[in-house]
Design a protein. Structure first.
Length: 444
């Protein structure tokens, strides 16, 4: 006999911890036997119960060998349905966010600000997909006053699915750019996929969208839908913005001045680098103001946030300053990182850029564009790593390749950098996660 969502939820109220890894079983938890490309956790269900799980949720009948094994049609669907059911029981503001770049940093900044006043739960790390989002929703309990949920996608319809689970009362899209082009089917596909969040918010009058008024694409997407409650923010001091702000320093940490409609200006120092993070900070300030936080509470949240996970993270070594931004990369994020390095004030500037993945048919064009962009930037040395960058070397006017090196692999780059060490420099390291550019850090 199959276990229903309602029956699962009754058990969840008694055992409110979810486990999906038999190596990390929490005693008294519910174990969900998820399938992957190379494993079937149904085969580990008995081990999970032996390790202390109260019940194991499985979808292969042969492993249902006792009352502690709960059979469902599909374990992943059961997990998502359980999270959806749990969300419906909760009565609190839930902010859902997506976008091409800056999702995690923006989520962390919003959490840092709102936590000054509310008990806030936010997505841990980058658990922002069809598995991570339901797991996050299932950690919300009645003690929480606010939740901030990050939603990622590399295909259309994924944000729609995640919204049906998260059921955000408030939402925002950080931006729409060139990422996962292969999965989305081009830039218009990215726009449509990210716009699924606005589609969800448009379904009810009580849902609020936070929109960056400087972003023409977001404004176009917003105005194409009937969004009943829109809160604007941005760099321009127009009357529609709840919050406006501008950079006053970027060397390399950002200091900004901000104000709202009713207040005088406030200066706040952050521990973030990269002028592109101004929008992310303004988003958090706007949301803090919307939910009634004082300027002091907002500033304390911004100032306390320390970037991690190699996203715009500054690391100082004995001889160099590293801007570690190699968690991921796409053409949009590459361009703003290059533009930021162009503006950074330093005696010696070096850019180390690694291949961008999931570009599909656009890969050659986009890697060439990044090379051209970097050649025009005010930096002293450029290093490109990966077969995609290397294959486009001949497509760019190589008469400009002064102090520029191409390496086919990260291993080749490590050998080259050991032979020609870089010292007394500010160094940007950026590339897709699969390039594993963190291996270079020890060389500086």
């Amino acid at each position: 006999m199959k276990t229903t969502t309602e029956q699962l939820y009754q058990l969840f109220t008694q055992y409110p911890v979810i486990s999906t890894d038999t190596r990390k079983i929490a005693p008294g938890s519910l174990f969900f036997a998820l399938k992957g490309d190379k494993f079937d956790a149904n085969t580990f269900a008995a081990r999970a119960v032996e390790a202390g799980a109260a019940y194991a949720v499985i979808d292969t009948p042969e492993y249902a060998t006792g009352e502690k094994f709960l059979l469902v049609d599909d374990v992943l669907t059961a997990l998502q349905e359980l999270a959806r059911y749990h969300r419906k029981q909760l009565r609190l503001p839930v902010i859902g966010l997506t976008g091409t770049n800056g999702k995690t940093t923006t989520k962390e900044l919003i959490n840092a600000v709102l936590s000054q006043k509310f008990k806030t739960l936010a997505t841990q790390g980058n658990l922002n997909n069809h598995i991570g989002v339901p797991l996050t929703i299932l950690t919300i309990d009645n003690s929480h006053e606010m939740a901030v949920i990050e939603m990622g996608a590399n295909h259309q319809k994924e944000i729609a699915l995640l919204c049906s689970i998260v059921q955000p009362t408030h939402g925002l899209i950080t931006n729409v750019g060139k990422a996962h082009l292969e999965g989305f089917g081009g830039v218009e596909g990215v726009k449509k996929g990210k716009g699924e969040l606005y589609d969800y918010l448009a379904q009810a009058e009580s849902r609020v969208a936070f929109v960056n008024s400087d972003d023409a694409t977001l404004l176009e997407m917003q105005k194409a839908r009937v969004l009943n409650d829109v809160v604007y923010y941005g760099k321009n001091s127009n009357s529609d913005n709840l919050v406006s702000g501008k950079l006053v320093e970027n060397s390399p940490y950002l200091t900004l001045k901000w104000h709202d409609k009713a207040s005088s200006s406030y200066n706040v120092k952050s521990q973030l680098t990269g002028s592109y993070n101004l929008d992310n900070i303004l988003t958090a300030i706007c949301i803090g103001r919307y939910f009634g936080l004082s300027s002091d509470e907002i500033d304390q949240g911004i100032e306390a946030y320390q970037p991690k996970n190699n996203r715009s993270q500054i690391t100082k070594t004995a001889t160099n300053t590293l801007i570690c931004d190699f968690y991921n990369a796409n053409p949009s994020s590459m361009f703003v990182a290059i533009e930021n390095m162009d503006k950074v004030q330093a005696d010696h500037k070096v850019m180390i850029l690694g291949d961008m993945f999931e570009m599909g048919a656009e890969s050659a064009v986009e890697h060439t564009a990044v090379i051209q962009k970097s050649m025009a930037a005010n930096v002293d040395e450029r290093i490109f790593i990966g077969k995609d960058f290397s294959s486009q070397q001949t497509e760019v006017d190589n008469t400009n390749f002064i102090n520029t090196t191409f390496y086919m692999t990260a291993e080749d780059a490590m050998i080259g950098l050991k032979e020609n060490p870089i010292t007394n420099a500010t160094i940007l390291i950026k590339g897709s996660r699969g390039m594993a550019l963190e291996r270079l850090v020890a060389l500086f």
